[in-house]
Design a protein around this ligand. Sequence first.
Ligand code: CP
Length: 312
Amino acid sequence: MAEWTKHSLLDLKSLSVEEIEMILETAKSFKEVSSRDVKKVPALRGKTVVMLFFEPSTRTRTSFELAAKRLSADTINIAASSSALSKGETILDMAKNIEAMNVDAIIVRHSCSGVPLVLADNLSASIINAGDGCREHPTQALLDMFTINEKLGKIKGLNISIVGDILHSRVARSNIWGLTKLGANVTVCGPSTMMPAGIEKLGVKVSYDIDAIIPESDVLMLLRIQKERQDDKRLPSIREYAKIFGVNQERLRKAKKEVLIMHPGPTNRGVELSAEVADGEYSVILNQVTNGVAIRMAVLYLLLGIREPVSA
Ligand code: CP
C-alpha cells in the first residue's frame, strides 16, 4: 500500500483514488476491532481529539467519539451553545485557543461551507470535516462506499442513483466525487428545483423520474429532505415530494433483486422512503451506521497514528 501523506481530511474532491482506497482498506481491519469483547487498540494512545459541532448530529458525532476512544485517544466534546462563541469570540479564535492546549485533531461540523478549510489553513492540528454546509461530508461518503463494497463486492461499473435534494446535499457531493473516482455510473434524481445547474459537469447523469431509474439501479441512495434548508420554498409540499419521489414497496417491485437501499440519516419515514422500505430486506441503513465507526477509526489512524499493526 502507498504511504498516507495528508495531514487533514477536508473533502473527497481533493483525494486521489489511491487515498480513497487506502481509507477503505484500513477500515476493513478496524471493523473487526469493534466486534471484539474488548473494543480497543492502543494506536492513538496519548493523542487528543476535539469535537466541535455547530450543528446537531447523532451518527457522525457518536461514531467519531467511539472511533477515537476505540483507538485509545482522549476525546473532548465542545457544544457550540455553551462555548465562548456566545460572548463574541470568532470560530478561528476559538479553534486557535483549543489548539493552544496541544490537541492533535479537531473534528468540525458547521452550517457554513468552507469552515474546515479555514481552520486547516490556520492551525497545525489535523482538521477533519464532519460536514460543512452544502459542500462536503467526506466520512459519510466513505462509509457509504465501504458499505456498497461490502455488500456488492465492488463499486466500479455499478449504477448508483442518488435521489432527493441534490442542491443542499453535502452527502451527495462527497458521494459524487468518491463514487465517480472509483468508477461507478452515478445518476442524480430529484425535483428540478433541487437540482444544481451544471451538475452533469461532475460526471453524473440527471433524471427527474425515479420510476425510470429504479429498474437500472444497483443502489438507491435516498437523501433527507432538509426542512431546515428549505426557506426558499423549493417544494410545493412534503406530501407531493413523497408521492413523486418517495420509495415505497410498490415502486421497489421494479427494482433489481439485490438492490441496496441506503440513507445517510436521519430518515423522514413516509417522505424519502416508507417505513416498510426503511426496515425491509434491501435496506442497509444500519449497516451504514455500523461501518461509520470503522471508517472514522481508519481516518483518525491514517491522520494521527504511528503505523503499527492493528492488533498490536
Ligand atoms: N449522516 C449524518 O451526518 O447524520 P448525523 O447528522 O446524525 O451526524
